[in-house]
Ligand binder design. Structure first.
Ligand SMILES: [Zn+2]
Length: 121
């Protein structure tokens, strides 16, 4: 669990929380409140009820987040990937639209390089 990533979400991409609230069918404002409280005071200070909502809705955003899968610009295919992103990469994940696990990242870099080469030729 990466509360720094949650802090980042609270400040920069609160729409992630809004979407998660919708997905779990819970009140958006309540989830945002729990998220702010958890960052400010720590998970242990949440009430039982808040912990429940934190675990259901917020925790999956900041723990065991799955790689978004690799997009192949040549074939237009998205390659599914079940790799779990390291917690320390989560801020990067929310800072960019796409963040890949190491393997997908190197694949994406390779594709980008090749594309540059082709364009130069
Ligand atoms: Zn991946």
């Amino acid at each position: 669990m990466n509360l720094h990533a949650l802090d980042y979400i609270n400040k920069n991409c609160v729409e992630v929380l809004e979407q998660a609230s919708k997905d779990s069918g819970v009140n958006e404002a309540m989830i945002k409140g729990v998220a702010l409280f958890a960052v400010a005071n720590g998970y242990d200070k949440l009430s039982q009820n808040q912990k429940y909502h934190f675990d259901e809705t917020i925790r999956p955003l900041i723990e065991n987040v799955q790689c978004s899968g690799f997009y192949n610009p040549y074939s237009g295919d998205r390659v599914d990937c079940s790799a779990v992103l390291p917690d320390e990469n989560l801020i990067a994940y929310y800072g960019h639209d796409e963040t890949y696990c190491e393997s997908c990242q190197s694949e994406a870099d390779y594709m980008a390089n090749r594309r540059e080469q082709i364009e130069r030729e």
